[in-house]
Design a protein around this ligand. Structure first.
Ligand SMILES: Cc1ncc(COP(=O)(O)O)c(C=O)c1O
Length: 434
């Protein structure tokens, strides 16, 4: 039996995969990956696939990047991990200093966790608790319609994608979903912000924070909106004393076109949540940056109710920090944000041809994310799965969100590789019409 097949059988005997209806694998082949390099994933039969979605949006500078590899290897012989309570290490200090420098200037303190959802839980708890320490009980969170913030119970509560949330509704904490701008225009930004303001007028005394994904709602079908919305929300939060939590787990580290999406309007959130690209896609790590003002609400003589006693075992893992520092070195030394602007322009040009296809409803782009939204299909048709299967046969790994195809490649992708991705996708969409 071929190695691919053998591994598939062994896997399906013992592994329950994420975000997967396992019965699908009775027909849908699972793909064991032997190795990966640059934008390519390679299986045991030598087939290679361009990772057009950066392995769930995490990879920035390619797989097995030689520089990041070398920095992790160096770290491995020195210190692999140490508890972060009562101890610290040089890598995490350096990383925190750099993050504080790179992010909006009121963000001065870093609190670490080890994945995006956990960091969302940290931000929600910190916001609520900071108010409590101030003598205010504000148990309500606002998020945007169609948002996604992760899948732990708190994060799921403030999300709004039915597919992930509905089943667990009885378990969730209190939250309200306010309008997201319906498109990328300034007018729709103004309209949606008005709705949030109306809500604040009525209930501001209960609301701890609004949490949002700046500029692009990822798992919410890559919905995009105008940066003006962020500025308006910031102003409303200031007027009503409500925290603003910016979830840049997906859009952070250059995806939006700027290093951080908040930069597009120069606003500072009270909490900035980062993960995914933080380690270049190598190791789990996440961080919540916040202000001295918030930090000082917890800073007092020991009182178990006032301290923020949240912890995860692998918080601030030294190997993950080495990967994160190496990732920031690459940003610093290779002018990545400027280079990405050139790549994004090339992607914009390639996207144009999709406008003319009959089954395309819209195309859109923000920075290094391009979207082709199809029209006229029902969820039961599982159109995304068909596109996935077609593209895979041609050497491209796509993972559409239902009828929404998107590209979010590693930043090192070349024009030739982009040509292949776009051409294969064009063929795949045409093929649906046949
Ligand atoms: C905007 C956003 N927030 C939070 C998360 C959750 O991150 P994780 O999957 O690491 O828990 C995600 C994951 O896709 C995300 O896109």
């Amino acid at each position: 039996m071929k190695k691919n097949k053998k591994l598939k059988n062994r896997d399906l005997n013992v592994i329950w995969h994420p975000c997967t209806q396992m019965k699908d694998h009775e027909k849908l082949p699972l793909i064991p990956i032997k190795k990966a390099y640059g934008v390519y994933l390679e299986d045991f039969e030598g087939n290679r696939y361009i990772d057009a979605i950066s392995s769930w949006w995490v990879n920035l500078f390619g797989h097995t990047n030689s520089y990041i590899n070398s920095k992790i290897k160096e770290q491995l012989d020195e210190l692999e991990h140490v508890i972060l309570a009562g101890f610290t290490h040089e890598g995490i200090i350096r990383l925190s200093e750099r993050l504080v420098k790179l992010t909006p200037k009121n963000l001065t303190k870093c609190f670490y966790a080890d994945n995006g959802s956990s960091a969302i839980e940290v931000a929600l708890k910190m916001s609520f608790h900071a108010n409590l320490n101030d003598g205010k009980n504000k148990p309500l969170f606002v998020s945007l319609k169609n948002s996604y913030h992760g899948e732990t119970i708190g994060a799921l509560s403030v999300g709004d994608v039915e597919l992930y949330k509905q089943t667990y509704e009885p378990l969730l904490i209190k939250s309200i979903q306010s309008d997201v701008p319906k498109d990328m225009s300034e007018n729709s930004a103004i309209e949606a912000a008005k709705k949030f303001e109306e809500l604040c007028q009525k209930r501001h005394s209960e609301i701890s924070a609004i949490i949002l994904e700046p500029l692009i709602q990822g798992a919410g079908y890559m919905h995009m909106y105008h940066p003006l919305f962020l500025r308006l929300i910031r102003e409303i939060c200031n007027r009503y004393n409500i925290h603003m939590i910016a979830d840049e787990v997906m859009v952070g580290f250059g995806r939006s076109g700027e290093m951080f999406a908040c930069e597009s309007t120069g606003i500072s959130p009270d909490f900035l949540v980062l993960s995914k690209g933080l380690t270049g896609g190598y190791l789990p790590l996440s961080v919540v940056l916040t202000s001295d003002e918030i930090y000082m609400k917890f800073y007092c003589d020991y009182n178990q109710h006032k301290a923020f006693l949240h912890s995860h075992s692998y918080t601030g893992n030294a190997l993950a920090c080495a990967a994160a520092n190496a990732t920031l070195d690459i940003f610093e030394n290779q002018n990545i944000i400027e280079k990405n602007k050139t790549t994004a322009k090339y992607m914009a040009k390639k996207l144009e041809v999709f406008k003319n296809l009959a089954n395309v409803k819209s195309i859109r782009q923000t920075g290094m994310i391009c979207v082709i939204e199809l029209d006229g299909y029902t969820p039961e048709q599982r159109i995304g799965l068909k596109i996935y299967q077609f593209a895979l046969k041609k050497g491209v790994f796509l993972r559409p969100l239902g009828h929404v195809i998107y590209f979010m490649p590693p930043y090192i992708i070349t024009n030739d590789e982009l040509d292949l991705i776009f051409n294969v996708t064009y063929e795949a969409i045409k093929h649906l019409e046949e």
